[in-house]
Design a binder for this molecule. Structure first.
Ligand code: SF4
Length: 415
């Protein structure tokens, strides 16, 4: 054994950001090993040290029973290998998966504005949310709260509607980007003053996947051609709320915004008989239901590790926020945001869409927000965990998890 080379397999993600803890995570099957052994951490760091090119001389490692046991465990779990020196006298090379910085935004902005213009950045924008109007007379108790957590309607005291010329210009500019999905939201969109022109515009730009978001109480009577209907449902949930035509239309999806277990039960009764894949369940934080979130939303280690996460996804989470990246919200008053809960990045049409994309890429109000807070940045699951989103902002907590940072109480644990 001493006459061997040791390496960690390319499919294994390695993290030692948590103090005194090493995590090895197999991206193909989700198996994981963790260890508090300082020698194990040093060994992993040595494998990743650039001068070692992914392979260390096992003979140079100070061996004791603990480190032998660790390596045995790593090899038995097919996360690492010992290579016999007699067969490979010359030190092999293992190209470990290291984040490719070639197209990294920070690097691009270092190079200069030239590379951040035109075609280069138009590809980053893939999704637009257009808030057409803020008029609605229903005065729902949740108005102003729910849309901060999920796509939902909202109204304002002083209603406004996006002028049609502004909307047309926006669509023209979006057509020159990589936008595929356009969500239309508002207050009561039946009151949008330019509905017939909107219909014509949608007809002209059928390359987009158009979605229209309406609360069920404002749903009746509004239909646009070539547009998928997204129906928002909030408590109280009653079967009579759902017209038969919607229930049987496979193009219609339902978004059930729930605040507690009893609402979940009511909503389940309401959508009984409707295909599960047409129903999205969205927990809503109302300031008083933290327990509901602890039971249903906060992630445990088992939740985080429940399904394999690819190396590509892990690398994405190291550089991008997968909830926000590529998406911009265009509001009726001209404000543009990447995160509805954060500051505006600019105004449209005063600034062109590509200019706004550039501003978000360089200012980073949301697109590149990663788990970088005090707690998450020293957690071994930092990049296995989903990117932070609206819940963290609304609840005011950087981590929505139940992970005990010092525990290694995991299935394939090694300590
Ligand atoms: S939310 Fe933060 S602390 Fe919790 S598991 Fe994820 S990265 Fe770790």
């Amino acid at each position: 054994m001493a006459q061997s080379w040791f390496t960690i397999k390319n499919k294994v993600y390695v993290n030692w950001e948590e103090e005194d803890t090493l995590l090895l995570y197999d991206t193909e099957n989700g198996k994981h090993l963790s260890s508090h052994l300082s020698k194990a951490i040093d060994l992993a760091k040595a494998v990743y040290s650039p001068e070692n090119l992914g392979v260390v001389d096992w003979g140079a490692v100070e061996l004791d029973d603990e480190i032998r046991g660790f390596i045995k465990n790593v090899c038995e779990n097919k996360m690492g290998v010992l290579i016999d020196k007699e067969q490979y006298q010359q030190k092999p090379i293992n190209f470990l998966p290291i984040l490719n910085l070639q197209n990294d935004v920070e690097r691009m902005s270092d190079i200069g504005d030239l590379v951040m213009t035109g075609e280069n950045i138009s590809t980053y924008l893939t999704h637009a949310v257009i808030h057409l109007s803020t008029e609605c007379d229903k005065h729902c108790p949740h108005c102003g709260l729910f849309h901060k957590q999920t796509l939902c309607c909202s109204a304002m005291e002083q209603p406004s509607a996006m002028p049609f010329e502004q909307l047309r210009e926006l669509i023209v500019q979006l057509a020159a980007t990589s936008v595929q999905v356009i969500d239309l939201v508002g207050g009561d969109l039946r009151t949008y003053p330019h509905l017939s022109q909107l219909n014509t515009l949608i007809d002209q730009y059928q390359q987009f996947n158009w979605h229209l978001w309406q609360h069920i109480i404002n749903e009746k009577g509004l239909s646009l051609d070539h547009v998928k209907t997204e129906v928002i449902l909030t408590a109280p949930f009653e079967k009579t709320m759902l017209p038969e035509a919607l229930q049987h239309d496979s193009d219609v999806r339902f978004h059930l915004l729930v605040e507690n277990e009893s609402q979940v039960e009511q909503a389940e009764r309401m959508v009984a008989g409707i295909e599960a894949e047409r129903c999205e369940w969205v927990p809503i934080f109302n300031g008083e239901n933290l327990k509901f979130f602890e039971d249903n939303v906060l992630l445990s280690e088992e939740d985080i590790l429940s399904a394999p996460i690819s190396m590509r996804e892990i690398f994405c989470r190291q550089k991008l926020n997968t909830n926000y990246f590529g998406k911009l919200h265009f509001f009726a008053d001209g404000t543009v945001k990447a995160d509805v809960n954060k500051e505006a990045i600019g105004r449209f049409p005063e600034k062109r869409v590509l200019g706004l994309v550039y501003d978000e890429l360089t200012r980073n109000t949301a697109w590149r927000r990663i788990r970088g807070g005090e707690r998450c940045s020293v957690c071994r699951y930092r990049f296995l965990c989903p990117s932070p989103g609206n819940y963290e902002t609304v609840i005011g907590k950087e981590n929505l998890c139940k992970v005990d940072l010092k525990s290694t109480n995991t299935e394939a644990d090694d300590t």
